[in-house]
Design a protein around this ligand. Structure first.
Ligand SMILES: CC(C)(COP(=O)(O)OP(=O)(O)OC[C@H]1O[C@@H](n2cnc3c(N)ncnc32)[C@H](O)[C@@H]1OP(=O)(O)O)[C@@H](O)C(=O)NCCC(=O)NCCS
Length: 154
């Protein structure tokens, strides 16, 4: 037997439209609601500060490699790591990564995560740097299998 529909509050009677908006349009709403929403989502009080940091490897003042790091909720996520082709296999990627890990550790991150194509030199690189594969996401980025990798820092 069908349950009777619950009576709708007046707010449901308003016409809600869905729009694509520039990011700054949502800032005030996020400031007002994000803390409550995250606490509800995770079931404990949450203070969420997302930080982004850039690291650069330089030679004679010129950048030869970069690493982008995102930190939030005691997790560090490696967004990008690029070493210029002519500087590869000299240990620069490993040094950038080690520096980012030390930095993340300082900010109390217990874990660094990243995504790499499942069949790629990048995955070999991260394995050489003690990263383990936690999962394979089938047909993910560009419809390729992607490895979710991690290293515990604490
Ligand atoms: C992946 C990348 C950052 C590695 O940087 P790098 O400075 O060349 O790496 P390192 O010299 O520090 O290598 C450390 C170890 O990783 C492994 N490794 C690095 N490149 C590798 C490759 N192409 N194939 C297999 N293993 C590799 C090796 O074990 C290496 O040690 P070794 O040279 O003593 O054998 C670089 O190749 C790159 O920029 N690639 C294109 C962008 C990319 O794929 N980024 C990863 C995004 S998730």
């Amino acid at each position: 037997m069908r349950r009777p529909k619950s009576p709708r509050s007046p707010v449901h009677e308003t016409v809600v439209e869905i729009e694509i908006v520039p990011p700054e349009r949502t800032t005030a709403f996020r400031l007002e609601h994000e803390r409550e929403a995250l606490s509800t989502q995770w079931n404990f009080p949450v203070v969420w500060h997302e930080q982004r940091h850039e690291f650069a490897a330089t030679e004679g003042g010129c950048i030869v490699g970069v690493l982008g790091l995102r930190i939030a909720a005691s997790l560090a996520h490696l967004d990008s790591l690029i070493v210029a082709p002519e500087f590869r296999r000299r240990g620069i990627g490993r040094r950038l990564l080690a520096r980012a890990e030390t930095f993340a550790n300082y900010y109390n991150c217990h874990k660094m995560t990243l995504e790499a194509a499942a069949t790629s030199a990048a995955r070999d690189f991260f394995e050489a740097c003690a990263y383990k594969t936690e999962a394979i996401l089938p047909q993910h980025t560009w419809k390729l299998d992607v490895a979710v990798m991690r290293k515990f820092l604490l």
